[in-house]
Write a protein that binds this ligand. Structure first.
Ligand code: IMP
Ligand code: MG
Length: 181
């Protein structure tokens, strides 16, 4: 591993698994009997999505992904949201749950909620495994939230720094040359 980087565990793999199971039970209760579409936001949500779908029990569940980007290669939001891969699914009358890795400024999800509601979904809610409410620039409040975390740049469990470290099984605060990234 590159010696400039070090990792401070913030949320263990066990704590993540327990929380995902809890969220899955809650979502199962709320979406039972509904036509449901989980929309994962690539790339960061890929691990959370794959864990979450195995913790819900829903008869009518579609799973799909969008790719959007609001970040350059650094650790700050650009505020500009670009849709790089759109949905092919028909959302009319369906209940959409956006599955996200982290909410930071809230700009990405504020934009996406409107975008998906305009496609005549019956409802659009948000489920995120991590939330940094101290950095919010919009009114956005997630409907389902795993962990509230402090204002630090984290990697692992799907989250990257410049496309690296998504594969780490824990959520870690990234340190670069001994300082927080
Ligand atoms: P927002 O639009 O500012 O809420 O940004 C949300 C997106 O920024 C997330 O989906 C992540 O891809 C990225 N992001 C925000 N904070 C972090 C972090 O601490 N580590 C890695 N990616 C992050
Ligand atoms: Mg990212």
């Amino acid at each position: 591993m590159d010696a400039r980087y070090s990792f401070e565990t913030l949320i263990s793999a066990e704590a993540l698994a327990a929380k995902v199971s809890e969220l899955g039970k809650q979502i199962t209760r709320d979406y039972r009997d509904k036509d449901t579409v989980f929309v994962g936001i690539l790339k960061g949500s890929f691990i959370f999505m794959s864990d979450l779908v195995r913790q819900v029990q829903l008869d009518k569940l579609e799973i799909c992904f969008m790719m959007v980007s609001s970040y350059g290669s650094g650790t700050r939001s650009s505020g500009n949201i670009i849709i790089k891969k759109d949905l092919e699914n028909d959302l009319e009358g369906k209940h959409v749950l956006i599955v996200e890795d982290i909410i930071d400024s809230g700009n990405t999800l504020t934009y996406l909620k409107k975008y998906l509601a305009n496609r005549r979904a019956a409802s659009v809610r948000v489920c995120t495994i991590l939330d940094k409410p101290s950095r919010r620039e919009t009114e956005l409040v997630p409907d389902y939230r795993g962990f509230e975390i402090p204002d630090a740049f984290v990697v692992g469990y799907g989250l990257d720094y410049d496309e690296r470290f998504r594969e780490l099984p824990e959520v870690c605060i990234l340190h670069l040359d001994g300082k927080q990234a």
